[in-house]
Design a protein around this ligand. Sequence first.
Ligand code: NDP
Length: 328
Amino acid sequence: MATFKAIVIEKADSGQTVVLKDFDEADLMEGDVDIRVEWSTVNYKDGLAVTGKAPVVRRWPMIAGIDLAGTVEKSSHPDWKAGDKVILNGWGLGETHLGAYAQKARVKGEWLVPLPATMSARDAMAVGTAGYTAMLAVMALEKHGITPDRGPQIVTGAVGGVGSVAVALLARLGYEVTASTGRPEEADYLKRLGAKEIIERKELSGTPRPLATERWAGGVDSVGSTTLANVLSRIRYRGAVAACGLAGGMDLPTSVAPFILRGVSLLGIDSVYRPRPDREAAWRRLETDLDRAKLEEMTAEIGLSDVMEAGRLIVGGRARGRIVVKIG
Ligand code: NDP
């Protein structure tokens, strides 16, 4: 019997159990590409899955982990052959399909994108779903015509994964960045990533007014709820906000005022089922537009046995930047 190490979530009467154990290769799900997983990462959704704080997992037993980077071992898919270096973000990995916190994965070839030539598997997982989502958000702002000359950008949840990468990307592209955080003690970190101004989360947490003084031309929001409503009320005429997260809540207590009186747009970002051409475009941009020294600065490395603790940290809003998981 061939087995490999994996973090397995099992359903129990009292909730769920999460254990690092040997998983039988014969129990892998259907797929046309076998991958030797080398690196993974801990995203907010991974935190929700391993702590059981939200119903992310839809099948049991489940191998957790929504992101992987590794090498193709075997493939019957026309696009991939043994030895290819690949990345997988989302597509239900760790939710409906056995996931990334394992030495081996069997997946559909159509879910994969090639590892960019100048990136290591570790770099790609330092970016991970959080960073690739930040890139999609920045690309959505660009597509909407939000260029640096239009004015400053706001990034909420700035010390988190999506936020840190968004700050670094926007700064590198010449935007003036305001970073909003509940951790003002991380101001130096945010400035090193490129933020020009730091504001405290509480500035965006009061009861939102329909309209407030115009301040930012655009922004990337990973918090949602009252924070996003307060951001929308402060967006300049014809500006836009890319909404990608719900770290502060799933509600949105806003009004139509910013949309119909200032022509503000709310751009929805989903990374999980994003079609492959968009993914490849985002990864090409990450290769050129994300400063690798800044990526390294925001990244901490852990092993498989530390994933539970990292999951608790991230859902508690206490993780900084990105966390990579060494699998190999
Ligand atoms: P992180 O935990 O790394 O970052 C979230 C940040 O939000 C925290 O660091 C904190 O920033 C802030 N925050 C946390 N709790 C609260 C709160 N109660 N009120 C206000 N701010 C809060 O997570 P990620 O960056 O990985 O993900 C952020 C969000 O984006 C999550 O909701 C995640 O599910 C979502 N997401 C969505 C994707 C998509 O496809 N749409 C893809 C990837 C992520 P600070 O300390 O600076 O205030």
